[in-house]
Design a protein around this ligand. Structure first.
Ligand SMILES: [Zn+2]
Length: 353
């Protein structure tokens, strides 16, 4: 997954992943939790989410890669390629599917974190964009539904960008709920993720967006959203599996996100997710998959913060008192509170928020 590489200053670069590994080596991760070996995605896994003609084009373009030949614009924009792009993207997606399969099959495995790249949540069924080629999390969710016959999978996306690909792929599904809290501005990629985008048909109400606009949000804003919106959704939807599109580009000093979430904030967010899961799921299973995060030092520290919660708190999550303390609104932007009220309003009659 390190061989996919663009020009040297491109923000989605291999060091994002290698620096995380160097941090993890220092804590002897294999002594703390089992390591799952990655693998390439199968054709079945790929085709559950992506169109065959798109997959063929992507694969052929990479195997015959020539720097001066443009990728067909009807199949992608805002992406780069080299001859390893297909194999890295397919390995990233396959590895998350394998982790999901093992966590779902083995009662002793409760949580997981897939350290993978390229990211996936912007990838559509037939279009690569936003540094994403294959939608890793969507493929894992589709596998959980089709192979494991799960009826309710929740995807939580806290990347600073809205996961336009994941939203589109499950927009008419009531088996996969998509929840995203993200920065929203007219000019900010991918320009989707408005409150009113709640799903269609059977999927109406199963797509929940909390777009934050006009200010640099902090961890307290995300805690508020999680406690006031996400917790209630989990209580009512009762997911059998939670997949997390874990993007760390809302952290302070991320060159793209430009938000104000602290590194420690990602530990608490993970604790909250685990608390909600333990509260509502018979067998809580929470799997993180790396998405964005472009400050190469901070991405490693943020992953470590999430890992700390996933490994240490998987059996004893934060207390009810700690969760209740997140109801303190003094550090929360009034914009966040209003946005949550608007989300509750558009979902009236579907979910009690
Ligand atoms: Zn992002």
């Amino acid at each position: 997954m390190l061989l996919h590489q663009g020009y040297s200053n491109h923000p989605e670069k291999p060091v994002r992943l290698s620096i995380i590994w160097s941090y993890l080596e220092e804590v002897s991760l294999d002594a703390i939790c089992p390591l799952i070996k990655g693998r390439t995605a199968t054709t079945t896994e790929l085709q559950r989410v992506h169109k065959k003609d798109y997959l063929d084009i992507l694969q052929q373009y990479c195997s015959n890669y020539q720097p001066n030949t443009a990728f067909p614009s009807q199949y992608g924009s805002g992406i780069y390629f080299n001859e390893h792009t297909w194999s890295c993207a397919s390995f990233a997606a396959g590895s998350l599917c394998e982790m999901t399969k093992q966590v779902l099959s083995d009662d002793s495995l409760r949580n997981g974190m897939a350290l993978i790249r390229p990211p996936g949540h912007h990838a559509l069924s037939n279009f690569a964009n936003g540094f994403c080629y294959l939608n890793n999390v969507a493929m894992a969710a589709a596998m959980a539904v089709e192979e494991f016959h799960l009826e309710r999978v929740l995807i939580i996306d806290f990347d600073v960008h809205h996961g336009n690909g994941t939203q589109a792929l499950f927009y008419e599904s009531n088996q996969v709920m998509y929840f995203s809290a993200h920065r929203w501005e007219e000019f900010f990629f991918p320009k989707t993720g408005k409150i009113e985008e709640i799903g269609e048909g059977k999927g109406k109400g199963y797509n929940i967006n909390v777009p934050l606009t006009g200010f640099a949000y902090r961890e307290e804003d995300l805690y508020y959203i999680f406690v006031h919106v996400l917790r209630k959704l989990i209580q009512q939807f009762s997911p059998e599996l939670i997949l997390v599109s874990a993007g760390y580009d809302a952290v302070k000093q991320d060159p793209i996100g430009k938000m104000n979430v602290s590194i420690q904030g990602f530990e608490t967010l993970t604790q909250l997710i685990l608390f909600f899961a333990n509260e509502c799921m018979t067998t809580p299973k929470v799997i993180y998959a790396l998405e964005g995060g472009y400050n190469v030092t901070q991405i490693a520290e943020c992953v470590m913060a999430s890992m700390k919660a996933l490994v240490l708190y998987s059996h004893s999550v934060c207390s009810q008192e700690e969760v209740d303390s997140f109801y303190d609104t003094s550090k929360v932007s009034p914009i966040t509170i209003t946005t949550c009220q608007q989300v509750a309003h558009v979902l009236e009659g579907i979910w009690k928020l």
